[in-house]
Design a protein around this ligand. Structure first.
Ligand code: UDP
Ligand code: MG
Length: 321
């Protein structure tokens, strides 16, 4: 199979028939064999009914339906583990991304050797309240990830070599950093293609301003994990131990000096006379705290259940592979 199109969706019933027809037309015009994986992320409208109806007339339509809303990342991941196409394309369901981009994206993966090609909505049709923070966010993501040629990390329209989607796990809200995840997994041929963007035709955006707060926290998590692996002890433990040792040595030094003074007959109290003694005590306590924080992180990481484990209500012509 040439192409899998993965479409995560949450309450997008009005857009789906138009989107499916458009994709089918592009595929037919170019002679691609394909599948469309609709991942219904717990929609409360009749999106899933619409998908089942579309599947009756088009055998390439497949889908998975979550029992409740889990988010865009889990939806994408669910598509990733099921995708059969040589090239995997992800696309938003709201008709903001154009299926007409598919042939060029396919070509970049298939013939130009890219592992991942990310769309760049150079001209966006979104409100300023969204485009300005997005610019800032992308600048940070570029710096932190070291992927300097990307302008639009979070573009929903992306293409992947099949191998890439089988090797990365997208969880939480990490869909914003898929190029970074891919890079960390060793897929370094990451390209970009300017894509057309349209204003949302039906419904409204599913993400509020909290997307930026979450976005930065996720970036910090990803950076940390990339630097220290899943071993918070290596960071906090080392810092904590160092502080504790320093504090201990300082306290001992203050103690010895004081004892020496006492020996020479001066009168004073170790506890009330020396601010240095207090500082070293605080360092020892902080060091212990940091060490325990690292240990706590370690426990959480080691005891976490599998991250991508969702309640699936129904599968339509799909299976994990
Ligand atoms: N989406 C989803 N689960 C969610 C939120 C969004 O599957 O919890 C889908 C949504 O239906 C759309 C895509 O993710 O297909 C992008 O969402 P949206 O268009 O709201 O984001 P924006 O274009 O405003 O960035
Ligand atoms: Mg949208």
């Amino acid at each position: 199979m040439d192409i899998s199109v993965i479409i995560p969706l949450y309450n997008e019933a009005e857009s789906l028939p138009e989107l499916e027809q458009w994709i089918a037309r592009v595929m037919a015009d170019n002679g691609f064999s394909y599948e469309i994986l609709f991942i219904n992320d717990g929609s409360t409208d009749d999106s899933w009914d619409v998908i089942r109806r579309l599947a009756e007339s088009n055998p390439a339509v497949k889908g998975v339906s979550f029992r409740r809303n889990y988010g865009k990342s889990p939806a994408l991941n669910t598509g990733f583990v099921r995708a059969q196409g040589d090239v995997v394309i992800t696309m938003d369901a709201d008709l903001q991304d154009s299926p007409d981009e598919i042939p060029a994206l396919y070509d970049m993966i298939k013939n130009e050797g890219y592992d991942l090609v990310s769309g760049w909505k150079q001209k966006r049709y979104d409100p300023l309240s969204k485009t300005i923070p997005t610019k800032l966010f992308n600048a940070t993501a570029r710096r932190v990830s070291g992927i300097k040629n990307l302008h639009d990390f979070n573009c929903g329209l992306k293409a992947y070599r099949n191998k890439v989607v089988k090797h990365i796990e997208v969880y939480g809200d990490m869909h914003r950093y898929i190029p970074y995840l891919a890079k960390n997994a060793g897929f370094t041929r990451i390209g970009e293609k300017v894509v057309h963007h349209q204003a949302r035709k039906y419904g409204k955006t599913k993400f509020g301003l909290d997307r930026f707060v979450n976005g930065y926290l996720d970036l910090a998590t990803l950076w940390f994990t990339n630097k220290f692996g899943v071993k918070p002890m290596h960071f906090f433990g080392l810092l904590g131990s160092l502080m504790f040792i320093l504090g201990f040595v300082a306290a001992a030094a203050v103690g010895i000096i004081k004892l020496y003074h006492m020996h020479t007959g001066q009168s004073y109290s170790l506890v009330t006379d020396s601010p240095y003694f207090y500082i070293s005590l605080v360092m020892m306590i902080l060091g212990t705290q940091l060490f325990l924080t690292g240990f706590l992180g370690e426990l959480i990481v080691r005891n976490s259940p599998r991250r991508n484990d969702y309640e699936i209500e129904e599968e339509l012509r799909t299976e994990k592979r």
